[in-house]
Design a protein around this ligand. Structure first.
Ligand SMILES: NC(=O)c1ccc[n+]([C@@H]2O[C@H](COP(=O)([O-])OP(=O)(O)OC[C@H]3O[C@@H](n4cnc5c(N)ncnc54)[C@H](O)[C@@H]3O)[C@@H](O)[C@H]2O)c1
Length: 488
């Protein structure tokens, strides 16, 4: 039997000097209502049950003894808004936690969000919903944002951070989908498959073998040996290809792959070059006129990474001169905002029609990671991140927030509370916390900072209800406080 104390309070960023104690009504109820402070029955103490399918990350820490699910709020009162038809796996996972989940298939406008977001403790979105500064200003109860997608451009990360709201995404759940697409493109390019198919659709029979090749024995050059590049390496070797890779980091090769000393060495030797680097100042225009000329004559280029990595006008030149025998491109410097005819034109990207005219060119609309499996993996990963943050205070994987975690409080530990304290990263902040909790038995404590925001987790044992009340009240009034939550 464990006592449950659940609360949080946030200090508005506009008045950092005036902490303005703002406890939501649910917290006040817990503070005032002795019934809310009584022990939970065993049936009420829900064991976290991550889905058994897919590669769900366990919420518990391996090797720990029976971790206790901590309760940030009364379970009935945790409201989660899921917009844009996020995966059903995530919806089910969050409902299984006992949260109230409001599931919507569409996105909401800024005005609609401002009107309604005040009711929710967590929100899940994909790429269409914009979470702006104004939306965050209205999100009085919001603790966490889950972006059920790769990017987080649609979220004002700074505004979220200023209010102590953690933002999670899923940057790597679609790695396999991209790697598999590249394998398909390797076959299509080496067999001129899309051109033959296009001819047949127009009634033309053109049975040729000239300049059509097997992949077996060919050298694949992978630029960027991260999540996608390394998966591709394994798949390509299973097709009988040889693999060389170039990366700024010295990375352990998988299988029989070998790391090239330079990009030039890779370009000089490879029959196929596939790009898998992130968008960084150093990777912008990484493959331009010079690098294309360093590629073997008759080789192929594949770009499923970012549109800015390749100078596509230079690539059109290299295709027209037949120096490059074909290419597959999935990402572009400028991409249409929505699906529709006549949206990928020279007005958008001035070289578009030049690429469209060339033989053996595969152009796809940024679908590298777009599979049902990737969506489902994203749902599980982001759903788990939301649960871990709400239930345990763990911010591992957050994009706008210091990444902090503590080993779990186990079932056998009673009268233990976890403090989740988001604060301004300023001198004296941790000292002020330690002055409040230092006289108690602090079992474990950790803190980290990211730019202006710092996050402290601490577990304190042997505390009475009065102690908890006192700690909560004093922490919430510290000068650096952005948000204080207590879990038990
Ligand atoms: N087409 C799509 O739909 C799609 C889907 C997912 C990811 N992506 C993109 O694919 C790219 C790779 O994704 P990932 O998940 O494998 O990333 P990752 O971070 O796991 O790996 C990137 C690798 O590139 C290396 N790298 C960084 N700068 C480099 C440089 N200048 N030269 C050589 N290597 C460098 C890094 O060290 C790292 O090993 C990203 O740009 C991502 O946005 C596209």
């Amino acid at each position: 039997m464990t006592s449950s104390y659940q609360s949080f309070t946030r200090v508005e960023p506009s008045s950092p000097s005036n902490p303005g104690f703002v406890a939501p009504s649910s917290i006040q109820n817990v503070l005032n209502d002795p019934v809310a402070q009584t022990s939970h029955s065993a049936a009420e103490t829900m064991a976290f049950s991550p889905p058994t399918h897919g590669r769900a990350r366990s919420v518990s820490i391996p090797g720990a003894q029976a971790p206790r699910l901590l309760q940030p709020f009364d379970r009935e009162e945790i409201n989660i808004l899921l917009l844009e038809n996020v995966s059903k796996g995530a919806v089910n996972m969050l409902r299984e936690q006992g949260y109230q989940v409001d599931f919507q298939t569409g996105s909401w406008s800024e005005d609609e969000l401002i009107e309604k977001i005040g009711d929710y403790h967590a929100i899940g979105i994909r790429s269409k919903t914009r979470l702006t500064k104004r939306v965050f200003a209205a999100a009085k109860k919001l603790l966490v944002v889950g972006c059920f997608c790769i990017g987080t451009n649609q979220v004002d990360l700074e505004a979220a951070g200023e209010r102590g709201i953690a933002v999670f995404n899923s940057p790597f759940a679609n790695s396999r989908s991209v790697a598999e697409l590249v394998i398909g493109e390797l076959v299509c390019l080496s067999r001129q498959l899309t051109d033959r198919s296009q001819e047949m659709r127009q009634g033309t029979w053109n049975k040729v073998s000239k300049n059509c090749f097997e992949l077996r024995g060919k050298l694949l050059g992978i630029v960027g040996y991260g999540h996608i590049g390394s998966q591709l390496s394994v798949l390509a070797e299973s097709m009988g290809m040889r693999v060389i890779y170039y990366d700024v980091l010295p990375l352990m090769p998988l299988g029989s792959a070998r790391q090239a000393d330079s990009l030039e060495e890779l370009l000089n030797q490879s029959d196929f070059v596939s790009l898998h680097v992130p968008e960084l100042p150093e990777t912008r225009g990484m493959i331009g006129v010079k690098e294309l000329s360093q590629m073997k004559k008759g080789s192929y280029l594949i770009n499923n990474s970012r549109g800015s990595v390749v100078d596509l006008a230079a690539l059109a030149d290299a295709l027209e001169s037949k120096h490059v025998a074909g290419c597959a491109v999935d990402v572009y410097p400028r991409e249409p905002a929505k699906n529709g005819e006549k949206s990928f034109t020279d007005e958008l990207n001035p070289w578009a029609s030049r690429l469209q005219r060339q033989a053996n060119v595969i152009l796809t609309p940024h679908i590298g990671g777009s599979t049902e499996e990737a969506q489902s993996m994203i749902g599980i990963e982001v759903g788990n991140a939301i649960c871990r943050y709400l239930n345990f205070g763990s911010s591992i994987g957050a994009v706008n927030f210091p990444e902090v975690s503590l080993r779990p409080i186990t079932e056998s530990e009673v009268r233990v509370i976890r403090i989740c304290y988001v604060h301004h990263n300023q001198p004296g902040a941790v000292l002020a916390v330690n002055e409040i909790i230092g006289s108690h038995n602090v079992d474990k404590q950790t803190t980290d900072s990211l730019k202006e925001i710092a996050y402290l987790l601490a577990d304190i044992s042997g505390v009475s209800e009065n102690d908890i009340r006192d700690i909560y009240s004093r922490l919430s009034k510290t000068q650096s406080c952005i948000l204080t939550r207590l879990l038990s």
